[in-house]
Design a protein around this ligand. Sequence first.
Ligand code: IZC
Ligand code: ZN
Length: 410
Amino acid sequence: MRRTLIKNIGCLQTPTGSYSHKGSKQGANEKYMDACVAIEDSKISEITEDGKVPDGDFDEVIDAGGNLVTPGLVDGHTHLVFGGYRQHEIAMKLAGAGYLDILRAGGGILDTVRKTRDASEEELYEKSRAFLDEMLSFGVTSCEAKSGYGLDPENEIKMLNVIGQLDQKHVMDVAATFMGAHAIPPEYEGKGDEYIEMMCNELMPQVREQGLAEFCDIFCEDSVFNAAQSRRYLEKARELGFSLKIHADEIEAIGGSQLAGELGAVSAEHLIAIEEDGMDAMAEGGTTAMLLPATSFYLDKTYAPARTMIEKGIPVAIASDFNPGSCPSLNLQFAINLGSLKYRMTPEEVLTAVTINPACAIGRGDLAGTVEPGKQADLVIWDAPDFEMVCYRFGSNLAKHVIKKGVLVK
Ligand code: IZC
Ligand code: ZN
C-alpha cells in the first residue's frame, strides 16, 4: 500500500456526505484549520486538524504551504467531444443573430454535427483528451460528457465510444450521457416526431444494451424539441433504465422543468428562463438544478434564479457547459466567479455546487465531491487562503496542485 500525506493545509473546506445538498444545507461546509489529509493508495484514510499529524510513515509528503484545500471540482455538464469550432459565428452574433437564429439557419449545433461526422474516432479522442488535461489543470477531477453531435446511430455511437475511452484511459472520471435528441439532423428536417421515434425504437435501446451511457438527455427548447417530444423520449429512456437529464428553459420556458420534476429527472440544466411552477415541480421531484452561468455570460442572457431555487429546496449545481457554441470555455473557475457574483451564492454554497451536488447528479456521489475518509483522494491545493479568494479572483488559474486518485497530477 502506498501512503501519501498532504500536510500544512491552512484550511480544508469541504461539504460532507454522499447526497445532494439543498436549502440551508447547500451552504453547510466543514472547515478544518491547520489540517492534514492522509491517503492510502487512491483513497482518503484520515483527516487531522489543529496541527495534529497522522501517525505512521509516508511514501510521499505534499506540503500545501498553508493554503486552502478542497475536494476536486466536478463539472456536471459538458459537450467536450466535438469536431471543429464555431468562431465564425462571432460575425453573425455581432450582426444581431441569436443562438436559435443561427441554429434555425442550419448552423450552430448542426455546423458542429457536420464537423463531428467528418472526424474519426481517433481525432475526436485526441482532441477531447487534451481538453481533459486542461480541465484537470483548472482543478476539475470528474466530469460528465454528452454525445449529441452525431445525430445518427453510427456517429452517436462513435461519440459515446470516445467518451468511454476517455473514462478508461484518462485519469479523469468521465460519466457518459446519451444526447441523441440534441437537434433535428438535416435528414429529418421538418420530421421531429419521426426522429424521436427512431431514437426511441432504434438507437436508445442499442446504447443501453451496449452499456455506452448512464444518462439520457434532450434539448427541450423552442424550435428544437417540444415538451410532448421530450416526454416521449424521456419516458422511453426511463423505461430502459437510464437516469434522466434535460436541457430545460435555456432560452424559452416551454415545459422542460415541469417535466423534469414530474419524471424525477436527476437534473434539469440551464434554467435561465425558468418560472415559479417549474421550480416547484423540481423541488417536488428532487431534481438538481444544473446551472451554467458562463453560458448566460456568453449568450448575453440573464442568470438563472439560483437564490429562489435554494430557498425552494432545490439542490443547486454549477457547471461549465463547455461546448463550441454557447460556451467555448472549460474554465470552471470562471463559473465559480459568476456563481458568486451573478447568482449571489455564498462561497460555501458555491463550493457545494461544484463538488458534491454535481457528483451526485452524475452518479459519483459515493466516490467524489467531498474530502472524507473512504472517498477517492481527489483534491485541489489552491493558491489561495480561503474559498472566498477563489470566488473573487477571476481570469487567473488559482489551482496550484491537483491530486487525482491519490496521485499528484499538477
Ligand atoms: O453546440 O450549441 N445549448 N446545446 C444546447 C448547446 C448549447 C451546445 C451547442
Ligand atoms: Zn448543454
